[in-house]
Design a binder for this molecule. Structure first.
Ligand SMILES: [Zn+2]
Length: 86
């Protein structure tokens, strides 16, 4: 992760532990994703529960990096006001 935004120079680590709250966002996003994913694969596609969870583990193993980054992005968008340069 960059220390500063390449276009607006926003400090992306304003204080130690700034992204602690992003961990909770990541947990919420991942939890709802897992519920929805298994529901769709099991009920809509008709896979068995074991197969659905095996696929879920594989998919979340790939997507956890995306959840990590999007959670940090959402967290800094909540806490840092957008101030375009004039
Ligand atoms: Zn920026």
């Amino acid at each position: 992760m960059n220390d500063h935004c390449p276009s607006c120079q926003q400090d992306l680590a304003p204080e130690p532990g700034f992204y602690y709250g992003a961990m909770f966002l990541s947990y919420i996003l991942t939890g709802w994703f897992c519920l929805a994913f298994v529901a769709v694969v099991h009920w809509v596609l008709g896979w068995s529960l074991i197969s659905s969870f095996a696929l879920l583990i594989a998919v979340t193993g790939i997507l956890f990096v995306w959840f990590f980054r999007i959670s940090r992005s959402i967290w800094i968008h909540i806490n840092v006001k957008y101030a375009p340069k004039k």
